[in-house]
Structures are given as structure tokens and as C-alpha cells.
Write a protein that binds this ligand. Structure first.
Ligand SMILES: NC(=O)c1ccc[n+]([C@@H]2O[C@H](COP(=O)([O-])OP(=O)(O)OC[C@H]3O[C@@H](n4cnc5c(N)ncnc54)[C@H](OP(=O)(O)O)[C@@H]3O)[C@@H](O)[C@H]2O)c1
Length: 146
């Protein structure tokens, strides 16, 4: 399988790329290789490379999100939306990661959160991560995983 990993220079992307490389053809894309906030570049890249699976590991971190909310939205919300759209056009699979930050963490000692819990983000990172998952899930491809 041809697997593209965006944000492949980061913690999760680096490890995923190494794991996939054992069995699959991996396109490990660092920030300089593909800026996921650049819609036309992403769509053009996807059309050229035609991966069968796109895994998005690009993200703006917690502190940086607080400093620049507009940029946070571009990367954490519009980025996954664009990648999901690119995957849908290719009929490829798309994987995107959510975050524990979509929950408030307000109740000390409570059971671990599950998918049934209501998201209640308290910062820009959490809000943009939640919106990014929704944006990706709203892509035309119904089996988008998050
Ligand atoms: N690490 C965790 O404990 C954890 C926990 C829960 C969920 N997650 C989720 O897992 C995913 C990966 O997180 P991570 O911890 O691996 O993040 P990370 O280490 O901060 O890596 C993010 C990567 O995204 C790249 N990037 C930044 N802007 C970009 C852009 N415009 N286009 C393309 N790439 C860009 C960064 O490159 P530069 O640094 O060169 O800009 C960096 O290599 C995220 O969705 C995150 O929410 C992670």
C-alpha cells in the first residue's frame, strides 16, 4: 500500500512512518515537503502521488495555538478538511487523530473519557482539534477514521 504521512517530522508521524515502512511504501512528508494549509498544493500533490492511505500527523501545539488562533484554525481545522477532501477525490483512506484536549478534564478522579462523553474543550488547541475532527468527518468519504 502507498501510505502518505503528513507532519512526519513530529513525534507521532516519525514513529508511524517507521512502522509503516516495514510493509508499505511510505511517503513521509515533513512540513517543508507539504504544507497542509496550502489547499492547492495539497490537492496537486495528492493527484500526482495518489496515495491509498493518508495519515495526518501535522498539528499546531497547545501554546502556539493560544498565541495565534487564526493560524491554529488554518492548520488544525482547515488542514484536516483539505486532506480528507484530497483522500475522497482519490477514494483513499484518511486517518486523523483527535486529542484528550477536546475534553475539559474538570472532574478529578473520574473514569477515563470515552467517545460517549461530551467534548468540552477549554483552550484554543482543544477547540481547533475538535473542529478539525468534525471538518474531516464531514468530507464526502463516510468511513473517515479519527
Ligand atoms: N503526542 C501526543 O501525546 C498526542 C496525544 C494525543 C493526540 N495527539 C495527536 O497526534 C497528532 C500528532 O501529534 P504529535 O505529537 O506528533 O505532534 P508534533 O510532534 O508537534 O508534530 C507536528 C508536526 O506537524 C508539522 N507541521 C506544522 N505545521 C505544518 C503544516 N502547515 N503542514 C505540514 N506539517 C506541519 C510540524 O513540523 P514543524 O515543526 O517543522 O513545523 C511537526 O513536525 C496530532 O493530531 C495530535 O493532536 C498527540
Amino acid at each position: 500500500m502507498k501510505v502518505a504521512i503528513t507532519g512526519a517530522g513530529g513525534l507521532v508521524g516519525r514513529h508511524l512512518a517507521a512502522r509503516f515502512a516495514a510493509k508499505d511504501e511510505v511517503l513521509a512528508l515533513g512540513h517543508a515537503d507539504l504544507d497542509i494549509t496550502d489547499l492547492s498544493a495539497v490537492l496537486k500533490w495528492a493527484e500526482t502521488e495518489r496515495p491509498q492511505l493518508i495519515v495526518n500527523c501535522a498539528v499546531m501545539g497547545v501554546d502556539e495555538c493560544e498565541r495565534d488562533e487564526l493560524a491554529a484554525r488554518a492548520l488544525n481545522v482547515d488542514g484536516p478538511r483539505t486532506l480528507a477532501e484530497a483522500a475522497a477525490r482519490l477514494d483513499a483512506e484518511f486517518v486523523h487523530f483527535s486529542s484528550n484536549y477536546v475534553f475539559g478534564g474538570e472532574e478529578e478522579g473520574r473514569e477515563p473519557y470515552t467517545l460517549k462523553d461530551e467534548p468540552r474543550p477549554v483552550n484554543v488547541y482543544g477547540r481547533t482539534k475538535l473542529a478539525g475532527s468534525k471538518a474531516a468527518g464531514a468530507s464526502p468519504r463516510p468511513d473517515c477514521a479519527m
